[in-house]
Write a protein that binds this ligand. Structure first.
Ligand SMILES: Nc1ncnc2c1ncn2[C@@H]1O[C@H](COP(=O)(O)OP(=O)(O)O)[C@@H](O)[C@H]1O
Ligand SMILES: [Mg+2]
Length: 250
């Protein structure tokens, strides 16, 4: 699984503007067009296996609680978008999946993050093995203190046996996507979907709508609403979700 944070500056194509009736209020929704092939739309949610099941997840920075009773099913080979205003807990939530927060002594998670029958949060978890399965891509690069080449090669060396020439080839291949990364990222996500399960944090509603099957709306450390992307963007159940996606706060 890849947890990706996509550059907020990646701008989406605006969809057609439509006016919809919500009860007796007329609202002009944002220019968000949900791609038609989103699988979350018509599949049987229960029938799709979960890669990760989060139950009763709470998170603390020292005494400050940042996540409250988060529950979510991350479906296999689907893209799940995590949206919500700044500071609502999106990063904190996805950082629990590979226990990266354990690098900081005062950060604690409690609850269940089930994957392959085990709780990721258990003290028995082999963190190296876990991080081999759950990778994270951050919005801002956080290189290790070594050369750029060695940073790019780091993962390859961990995963594969390669000689120097093969390694050089691969590193140069990777570097080629750099200048067009933001433009290509959505294609890449869709391409990776057949091999990985993807959780994507984004502030770009158009991007969330285009690329994801399921969407979770976070607010003040809680998951206010989770469901098929088509439903979240066209007919949200919660008023807070609607206010957020129509740009009234955030
Ligand atoms: N290192 C930290 N120490 C203390 N509080 C933090 C830290 N990182 C984040 N927080 C707090 O946790 C809450 C959620 O933050 P975060 O997960 O970064 O939100 P988001 O990614 O949605 O912007 C915020 O109230 C933020 O101030
Ligand atoms: Mg964040």
């Amino acid at each position: 699984m890849v947890g990706t944070k996509v550059d907020e500056s990646a701008q989406g194509q605006a969809g057609p503007e439509q006016t919809q009736m919500h009860g007796d209020a007329t609202v002009v929704p944002p220019r968000i067009e949900v791609a038609e092939d989103r699988r979350g739309t018509d599949e049987d949610f229960e029938a799709v296996p979960s890669q990760i099941s989060v139950r009763g997840l709470n998170f603390f920075y020292g005494k400050e609680q940042a996540l409250f009773d988060n529950e979510i099913e991350i479906k296999q080979h689907r893209v799940t978008a995590v949206i919500g205003p700044s500071g609502c807990g999106k990063s904190t939530h996805i950082r629990t999946y590979n226990r990266i927060f354990n690098l900081y002594r005062d950060q604690k998670a409690a609850g269940e993050i089930m994957m392959d029958g085990d709780n990721i949060l258990s003290s028995q978890t082999d963190l190296l093995e876990l991080r081999r399965k759950i990778g994270m891509i951050f919005q801002k690069p956080s290189p290790f203190p070594m050369t750029v080449f060695d940073n790019v090669a780091y993962g390859l060396r961990q995963h594969y046996k390669m000689n120097r020439a093969e390694l050089t080839d691969r590193v140069e291949h990777c570097s080629a996507i750099d200048p067009v990364a933001t433009a290509k990222i959505e294609d890449l996500v869709l391409e990776l979907k057949s091999r990985y399960t993807i959780v994507l944090v984004t502030h770009n509603m158009q991007q969330a709508a285009r690329v994801s099957d399921y969407t979770a709306f976070f607010f003040q450390g809680r998951i206010v609403e989770f469901g098929p992307t088509t439903q979240i963007f066209s007919n949200p159940a919660q008023k807070q979700t609607e206010e957020y996606i129509t740009g009234r706060f955030g």
